[in-house]
Unconditional design. Structure first.
Length: 252
């Protein structure tokens, strides 16, 4: 599906190394464990993860047939745990899907990419023990067949191969890398926040907001310039969520 040489030859931005692993627990973990020897602008890809991780300590089931990658990048230090790298990555994934395959996707605040109401990709950005150096982790279902997903995600997941014929991913990976690293080190989202908003499959929808382990009814009203989600509760009060977890109500 991809080779190290093809990926490197297609990348235009600065790249230090591309590490391809047959299997690891999590590509984000792999970078964390080797943080003292892996240089920034390194791309780590695994064909399979035994303990892939999602946001909020959830697992990200990662069988063979998916693309699991992490990029180590430097930031300029003004991010303070903001969602900007996640937002920039979501928009980069969307651009790359459009550019390489003519596919239009939706972004579910804050870190998921959907195609036709099913999740194709999740993003997990994490800090490291090195100041201002972060890991951008992306998991994309590529050729997992419908019956290849674990039961708990079978009804909400989709693979790229359900939408296009997948041959070689090297160019896709290279374009994704270039798109994301073009935002570093500032991760200024000013130029893309309108697009992020436009691609949102959440604005105007009835949703549940996860709060202290309870799901609260709300309506997603808008996404601010700093990528926070404005929600309105049934009593008409509003709240601006900087981060968090929501789910969209079906058919509302
Ligand atoms: C989510 O759905 O909440 C985010 C999923 C992020 C998965 C990717 S796969 C590559 C990298 N390694 C991990 O363990 N997680 C991210």
């Amino acid at each position: 599906m991809y080779t190290k040489n093809e990926i490197i030859n297609n990348i235009k931005n600065q790249i230090n190394d591309v590490i391809i692993l047959d299997e690891t627990d999590s590509t984000n973990n792999y970078i964390k464990e080797n943080i003292n020897i892996i240089k920034p602008n390194t791309l780590v890809i695994a064909k399979k993860q035994s303990s892939g991780r999602g946001r909020r300590g959830r697992s990200f089931i990662s069988p063979e047939g998916g693309l699991y990658l992490s990029i180590l990048v430097d930031t300029n230090g003004n991010l303070n745990g903001s969602s900007y790298p996640t937002v920039a990555t979501a928009v980069s994934v969307s651009h790359t899907l459009e550019e390489c395959y003519g596919l239009s996707c939706d972004i579910k605040w804050v870190n998921d990419i959907y195609i036709k109401n099913r999740k194709l990709c999740g993003i997990l950005c994490e800090t490291t023990t090195i100041k201002n150096r972060i890991i951008i982790g992306i998991g994309i279902n590529i050729i997992t067949p419908k019956n290849g997903f674990a039961n708990e995600i079978a009804n909400i997941a989709t693979s790229l191969s359900e939408h296009i014929e997948v041959f070689n991913l090297s160019e896709f990976v290279a374009k994704l890398y270039d798109g994301i690293t073009a935002f570093a080190p500032e991760f200024d989202i000013k130029s893309i926040i309108n697009e992020y908003r436009k691609k949102s499959c959440v604005i105007g929808k009835e949703i549940y907001v996860l709060k202290n382990d309870n799901f609260i009814n709300a309506r997603a009203v808008d996404i601010t310039d700093s990528a926070s989600l404005v929600v309105e509760y049934p009593d008409r009060t509003t709240e601006t969520l900087f981060y968090g977890d929501i789910s969209i109500k079906i058919n509302k």
